[in-house]
Design a protein around this ligand. Structure first.
Ligand SMILES: N[C@@H](CCC(=O)N[C@@H](CS)C(=O)NCC(=O)O)C(=O)O
Length: 308
């Protein structure tokens, strides 16, 4: 089973990054809508505990984190590429910066009370309370600390004027041609554009506004709905793909077959337990067995994750 299955929900900004990546590659995919707060039993049944959004499933292979997802989609369809030749390091590093630094500014700006009031205007108070409590839990225990709104507002003009200058120099995309860097910035600005309180933080920069239109214009590709139960059944019937043809390297001495846990280090640090079957330059793979999903391989980026 080689269908691409994205587990996501409409308002998730990293899900928007994934949807745009799928659109850019012109891929067809199945869409599983997941809850925006815990519990998410079907999703965590597949991942073994990782709870962040989105997740890419291909049969019995589960890809966590959009940075790794981009690499998997690149294998699925090489062209158009996320990593233009000669700029691989630059665009991947820029994307990692955007997914952490720029993202944390946006979270802080969107979560300031004036913006939250508009964003949740039609949501019942208990649901808002549950959401805020869930996100407080999400940011507990990792090394990512919430940026005070005042500091985020203070630093925002620097970030945006650098992007504005970069675009005025390089043309249609951040590095001239489209790359993973564009997708890693666009989803954050898309998020800010959702409410009239935060939209002006983007709208005052004409080069950025025009560029954002171009990136969002890639669309989402063709998708059709799938239930989370069906997705679990697909995993149960499938066998994980062959491991990458790359030498197992682990600088801390972990060996193939070791029983480990893997967890993000920034936030959403819920560990996933299983057998370490692969440790490569960019990717870690854990084999685990789930009551309903059967044997699955859960894939993580090496960067930003830890093995215990
Ligand atoms: N580094 C992760 C970040 C994912 C992330 O932070 N997603 C947010 C939603 S935009 C999340 O998981 N929020 C909690 C949730 O959906 O349960 C990635 O690139 O996939």
């Amino acid at each position: 089973m080689t269908e691409l299955i994205l587990h996501h929900y409409p308002t998730s900004l990293f899900a928007e990054k994934a949807r745009l990546m799928l659109g850019f590659k012109g891929l067809s995919w199945r869409s599983v809508i997941i809850p925006s707060i815990m519990p998410k039993p079907d999703l965590t049944g597949l991942t073994g505990g990782y709870r962040k959004t989105p997740i890419l499933q291909i049969g019995a292979d589960i890809y966590c984190d959009t940075a790794l997802m981009a690499r998997r989609l690149e294998q699925e369809k090489v062209s158009p590429t996320f990593y233009p030749e000669g700029q691989e390091f630059t665009v991947a590093s820029f994307a990692a910066w955007a997914d952490s630094v720029l993202f944390m500014h946006a979270v802080s700006l969107v979560f300031q009370p004036e913006s939250l009031a508009v964003r949740f205007a039609k949501v019942p108070p208990e649901a808002v309370k549950a959401f805020v409590a869930d996100r407080a839990g999400l940011f507990t225990g990792g090394n990512a600390s919430r940026l005070p709104a005042e500091q985020a507002r203070h630093q925002w003009p620097t970030l945006m004027s650098r992007l504005e200058l970069q675009l005025s120099r390089n043309g249609d995309f951040l590095f001239g041609v489209p790359s993973i860097a564009d997708f890693a910035v666009a989803h954050t600005l898309w998020f800010l554009k959702q409410t009239p309180v935060t939209a002006p933080l983007v709208d005052q920069y004409p080069e950025i506004v025009a560029w954002l239109g171009r990136v969002l214009g890639f669309g989402h590709g063709a998708c059709s709905e799938l239930s989370s139960t069906e997705a679990v059944e697909i995993a149960a019937k499938a066998t994980p793909a062959a491991l990458p043809d790359e030498v197992f390297v682990d600088p801390n001495g972990f060996q193939p077959g070791d029983q480990v846990t893997i967890a993000a280090i920034d936030y959403g640090i819920d560990p996933v337990e299983g057998e370490l079957v692969f440790s490569g330059r960019e990717e870690l793979i854990v084999r685990r067995e789930d009551e309903r999903a059967g044997v699955v391989h859960v894939h993580f980026p090496r960067f930003g994750f830890r093995i215990n």
